[in-house]
Every structure is written in C-alpha cells, then in structure tokens.
Ligand binder design. Structure first.
Ligand code: RIB
Length: 298
C-alpha cells in the first residue's frame, strides 16, 4: 500500500503571458479552479500510475472541502480525511506564465490541523514494505514522528521537502528517498551543487533524487550516481509536475521496478503532465505513461 500523508488545497490559477511586476496590475488570459496540494496531488498521481493509494489529511467544512475531495474519490484513492469544523480548506493562489512556470502562495487552513490523530492512525497501519509519502506542507513535527515510525518499521519513505523550512532537516534521516529540486537543496543546506548533496548526506540522507525539470534528474545514493535527461515536450503548465513525478515514482517502486526504470517512468509521467493545465488533473493514467514511453526516447 502507498500511504500519502499531506496537504490538500483548492488551487486558484490565473494564466498570464508574464508575471506582473511589483505594484503592477496585469490582464491575464485564463482562470482555473482545481484541486491541488502536494499531498493530494502525489496520491492521485500514484493511484493513476497504478499504485494502490490511501491519502491521509484534512479539509475544512466549507464549499472547497467537498470540491477538492471529489478528485481524489474520482481517481479511486482511499481516503482517511477529517472535515474540521470552523476551519477553511487549504488554498493556493497560483500564477502561471506563458512558459508554463509558476509562482505559488499557499494558506494552510485545515492542513495546519493534521496532528496526533493522523500520527496514531499511521502508527497502527503502516508496515514493512509499504510506501509512505510526505511533503513539507504540514506540521514538521507530524512529518518527523510519522516518518520515524514508518522508516523504523521498514517502510520505504519518500520525502519531498517542499516548501522548504528549517525544521524539515530532521525528517531527512528517516527518509529512504529525498526528492528536492535545486532551489530546495540551496534553501535547506545553504549550498548548491555537490556541496549541497554532501550536506544532505550529512543530515542523514540515504538516496537523493534531484528534480531538475527540463534538465532531467540526478541520483546520488546507495546505487551510485547517475544523471537522466528529461523527455522533450512543450510545457504549458508545470504546476504539480514534481508531485506527478513523485506519485509515479512511488507506484513504480511499489511494483519493484529497478531504480532507473522507476525514475524514467516518473519522468514520463511528469513530462505528460506539463503539457496540460492544472495540478493533479494533469497527472496521466498508467496506459498514457506506457504509451508515452513506447513512443518517446531521450
Ligand atoms: O506542487 C504544486 C502544488 O503546490 C499546488 O497544487 C498547490 O496547491 C501547492 O500545494
């Protein structure tokens, strides 16, 4: 089983040719309201890529709570989600420019209430051989405790340290795979390049997968070091591409794909997702990933 503990948001996305300057009002080209949140996105991507997935998180008792859960249900993800009274569902305000790049501000809302109930639930469910996925959008104390429990039981812990905060450093030692991008490595460690990777290992990392977008993926860890290029596609919206990557990677690892194949499978899923608008609604189904892999090479 793939357990995903994390955030779920209502993403309000505005598209514009370029990002506005400070103090500037810009006329955009389109608007999209869709479900997001790194946790929920990863759960949906994993399920669509073929993994049996359960999502653990919280929404508010507002309109958005029902709206965002629909996507998880439609994808077939099992849910252990509490609806907190008097709280609003997590929100993300997103601006996507003409190159498909994004700027995101999140407000935690109900995601900020994920706590001891979820820790206890996971302690009694996650077992050796399961996959446990986490990101940086819930309380770091909850991440650390639940990752420690899962890791010590022999589960495979996949940790996406985004958005970065100092407290996330203590989660790294309980992670089988850490999946930052280059900016996150610099914010987490104060270093870039090889020094940044070494710094992650000194914090207890076992395997580091650096997500470099259109430059591909670099791996450092128990299987050595290697670089994989990215598939070339025309990007329209990169929102959630890293989440799709992680979800598809988890699905492949749950089927015991060799590491390189799992990473290529994840890259294919992410490549498809950036050719479509939205977060988890852009994550491809298993059949689409397989068709893409049959028709594309680096
Ligand atoms: O990774 C993309 C996600 O980050 C968005 O869906 C947004 O909700 C934020 O969590």
């Amino acid at each position: 089983m793939i357990y995903v503990l994390g955030s779920i948001n209502a993403d309000m996305v505005v598209y514009s040719d370029r990002f506005p300057e400070v103090g500037e009002t810009l006329v955009g080209s389109d608007f999209l309201l869709n479900q997001g949140g790194k946790g929920a996105n990863q759960a949906i991507a994993a399920q669509k890529a073929g993994g049996g997935t359960e999502f653990i998180g919280r929404v508010g008792d507002d309109y958005f709570g029902e709206f965002v859960l629909k996507n998880l249900k439609d994808a077939g993800v099992s849910l252990r989600v509490k609806r907190d009274k008097g709280t609003f569902t997590g929100i993300a305000l997103i601006n996507v420019n003409g190159k498909g790049e994004n700027k995101i501000i999140i407000i935690h809302g109900a995601n900020g209430n994920v706590g001891d109930e979820e820790i206890n639930y996971l302690e009694s469910h996650v077992k050796s051989g399961d996959i446990f996925m986490i990101q940086g959008e819930i309380d770091p104390r909850v991440l650390e405790k639940s990752a420690k429990n899962a890791f010590e039981k022999g589960a495979i812990v996949i940790f996406d340290p985004a958005p970065v905060s100092e407290e996330l450093k203590s989660v790294i030692k309980y992670s089988t795979f850490v999946t930052p991008n280059e900016v996150e490595i610099r914010s987490l460690t104060g270093f870039s390049g090889k020094e940044g990777i070494e710094s992650l290992f000194s914090l207890g990392a076992k395997n580091v997968i650096v997500k470099k977008g259109e430059k591909g993926v670099c791996y450092y860890g128990e299987k050595g070091e290697f670089v994989l290029p990215a598939f070339k596609v025309k990007s329209v919206d990169t929102t959630g591409a890293g989440d799709t990557f992680n979800g598809a990677f988890a699905a492949a690892i749950s089927e015991n794909f060799p590491l390189k194949e799992a990473l290529i499978f994840a890259e294919a899923a992410a490549a498809i997702s950036v050719t479509r608008n939205g977060a988890s609604i852009s994550a491809p189904k298993r059949s689409e990933i397989e068709a893409f892999l049959n028709s594309h090479s680096f």
